[in-house]
Design a protein around this ligand. Structure first.
Ligand SMILES: O=c1ccn([C@@H]2O[C@H](COP(=O)(O)OP(=O)(O)O)[C@@H](O)[C@H]2O)c(=O)[nH]1
Ligand SMILES: O=C(O)[C@@H](COP(=O)(O)O)O[C@H]1O[C@H](CO)[C@@H](O)[C@H](O)[C@H]1O
Length: 350
């Protein structure tokens, strides 16, 4: 792991408990900051209501006015998402009602981008609408540093992600795909995003959950960034935020455990393709990164920086808390075509 990332981990990784709600409310009032929370929702009738209710209960009261507006961005749902969200107290906006001169396309990033048009907070917090056992810490934890630290502009939540599909009323059969199973969720994170970031954007290797759907940022930053319209949005915003405001303006906050609905492998394959494409577009633009090769690693075929290290994370045992980084070498050597090996061609000639 780069020394710069080790320093960043020490300076910009926190726990939600590091900032009390009273401290956040005082900082918010002192600076006159405003906070918008956005839930992108596609057919989330089973979970969106409880998330909205929890945010309103904990963070939208007279004594705890941390959140100024709560919007559910309906991404073309065909179930009762809009009705359930409105009944729980959210303002619901359909993607087609926003900027009709640019017809909406399907995708999570599309609705996150459009949400900027129908919200006004100078801090914007995104929260997935498929979470279970949701805690308002997911919001107060990620928004916190943006209220107390002016030099922080973009904050990701970090958490454990047990791979457990908890759907409405289900009793997962032992060993079934819907039941608990060993290992962590964040399958595309571990198999695609984390390797991509470590190899091509090693300064982002310290993010425990680079694809997590709970994050907050200053509007002044978000409005300067392109939004991939699909599932590439998290990777795209993280990489572009790095290039726009620098690593020290990024941060992450431990908010505990995240349970959400898990898609099947085929769906995650499509997600992975969107994420890889998002990375590819940035690699093709990011030739400047190659100029750093001398510092960080050899230049890859695309004229891009390739750093042969992978850092993964595991929750520290015992009361220590936090996540421990584990860095591994990644082999990047390639053998030349065999016909370039003299012994081979000699042997073939004999
Ligand atoms: O076209 C889409 C796809 C997803 N989502 C929402 O984005 C969040 C994350 O999507 P999903 O749960 O499918 O991703 P996963 O967490 O499985 O990676 C959820 O609130 C979805 O309802 C959306 O608004 N529009
Ligand atoms: O992190 C991941 O690998 C994927 C899939 O998670 P699981 O393997 O279903 O726990 O989930 C995330 O990725 C999406 C793409 O960035 C985000 O939009 C989701 O919010 C996030 O849950």
């Amino acid at each position: 792991m780069l020394e710069e990332v080790e320093r960043w981990l020490a300076r910009r990784s926190w726990s939600a408990a590091d900032r009390t709600l009273d401290q956040l409310l005082a900082a918010k009032a002192a600076r006159g900051s405003t906070v918008s929370v956005v839930l992108p929702a596609l057919n989330e009738e089973g979970t969106v209501g409880e998330i909205v209710s929890e945010i309103r209960r904990a963070l939208m009261t007279r004594t705890a006015p941390l959140v100024d507006e709560l919007v559910v961005l309906d991404s073309g749902s065909t179930d009762r998402t809009a009705q359930v969200a409105a009944a729980a107290g959210a303002r619901v906006v359909h993607r087609d009602a926003i900027l009709p001169r640019l017809p909406a396309v399907p995708g999570k990033g599309e609705v996150l981008w459009r949400s900027l048009l129908v919200t006004s907070g100078d801090v914007v917090c995104f929260v997935d609408a498929d979470l279970r056992e949701f805690s308002a810490d997911f919001v107060s934890g990620t928004v916190g540093p943006l209220l107390t630290d002016p030099e922080v502009h973009f904050v990701k939540a970090m958490y454990d992600r047990p791979l457990r599909n908890v759907t409405e009323g289900s009793t997962p059969a032992a060993g079934s795909s819907a039941g608990s199973s060993a290992g962590q969720g964040g399958r595309v994170t571990e198999l695609v995003a984390r390797p991509l970031l470590n190899l091509h954007w090693p300064r982002l290797a310290g993010f425990v959950q680079p694809l997590g759907g709970e994050y907050a940022a200053r509007r002044a930053l978000l409005e300067r960034l392109p939004f991939p319209v699909g599932y590439g949005v998290e990777l795209g915003l993280l990489v572009d935020a790095l290039h726009t405001v620098g690593l020290d303006a990024l941060a992450q906050v431990d908010v505990g455990v995240r349970l959400h609905r898990h898609q099947d492998d085929a769906a995650l394959g499509r997600m992975a393709a969107a994420i890889y494409r998002t990375a590819q577009l940035r690699l093709s633009r990011g030739r400047a990164a190659a100029g750093q090769a001398g510092q960080l690693g050899q230049v890859g075929q695309l004229g891009q920086l390739v750093r042969p290290r992978l850092t993964q994370f595991e929750r520290r045992e015992g009361g220590e808390g936090g996540f421990a980084p584990r860095t591994y070498a990644v082999d990047t050597e390639e053998r030349p075509p065999m016909r370039e090996i003299a012994e081979y061609t000699a042997g073939r000639a004999a």
